[in-house]
Design a protein around this ligand. Structure first.
Ligand SMILES: C[S@@+](CC[C@H](N)C(=O)[O-])C[C@H]1O[C@@H](n2cnc3c(N)ncnc32)[C@H](O)[C@@H]1O
Length: 236
């Protein structure tokens, strides 16, 4: 165990309850140990693992509806997706990450923490457009909102939600993407603040609710994905 890993703050006991507590402790140790050795987390982050990483990600659960299929785009070391799977056993979580060394770490973490509600998927978000469908997309520190929208909307069912963890520039990013939001036919886009009394400052999310894709783009990309599969796989 890393000697730099601090004791969890009191509030962590309120956030990680029941089975989630031992899993959160085990994940903190994985991040501070193999996570740092394998370059998934900078060594200077170790003293901040509880507040900046585990707690900040766990409070996103406040905005996640019950029993959804969630995909965490660019999960890296499992942030926020793996933490959400720990605090919300009712949801099914897909950790989507293109880099092999990161997916290997994620698979090992899922096994060590005995998480039955997590799938690790290797690839880039844009590769799964029209091939997989989810209720919620989460993302932290992956891309600006305009790119996240391009990647997320084709993965979401109509009425599904993108929850993008953003910092101080959240309001500006939202304003800058106004035209794109309008043209992609989303139902709504707003700032949501979560974690009051648990993290300081509270975490800011941009929540975008997907509408029907204009011109049936989502259905078209599904047709394209189907057409590109070999005939035998399509049962023809
Ligand atoms: C800065 S890291 C953030 C990791 C993690 N979300 C966090 O907050 O610690 C960005 C991650 O996005 C992944 N990524 C980059 N482009 C991507 C894409 N097109 N689709 C999915 N993931 C991508 C990278 O491999 C990397 O793991």
């Amino acid at each position: 165990m890393s000697d730099q890993l601090p004791e969890p703050p009191e509030v962590a006991r309120e956030v990680f309850t029941g089975d989630a507590w031992s899993r959160a402790e085990a994940f903190a140790e994985l991040l501070a140990g193999p996570g740092v050795v394998r370059g998934l987390l900078g060594p200077r982050e170790v003293p901040r693992i509880w507040d900046r990483h585990l707690l900040n990600c766990a409070v996103v659960a406040e905005a996640v509806p019950a029993e959804v299929r969630l995909v965490d785009i660019g999960s890296g070391a499992g942030l926020p997706g793996l933490v959400l799977a720990i605090v919300r056993p009712d949801i099914s979580v897909t950790l989507l990450e293109p880099l092999l060394r990161r997916t290997v770490f994620l698979e090992e973490a899922v096994e060590t923490l005995k998480l039955g509600n997590v799938e690790v998927l290797r690839g880039r978000a844009e590769e799964f457009a029209g091939r997989r469908e989810f209720d919620v997309v989460s993302a932290r520190a992956v891309a600006p909102l305009d790119r996240l929208l391009k990647w997320s909307l084709p993965l979401l069912r109509e009425g599904g939600e993108l929850l993008a963890m953003k910092g101080e520039r959240a309001a500006e990013e939202l304003a800058e993407s106004e035209t794109q939001l309008h043209s992609s036919g989303v139902r709504s886009a707003e700032l949501v603040s979560v974690g009051h009394g648990k993290v300081e400052p509270p975490a800011t999310l941009i929540r975008v609710v997907a509408g029907r894709a204009p011109g049936g783009e989502r259905q078209a990309s599904r047709r394209k994905a189907r057409a590109s599969r070999p005939k035998r796989a399509r049962g023809e």
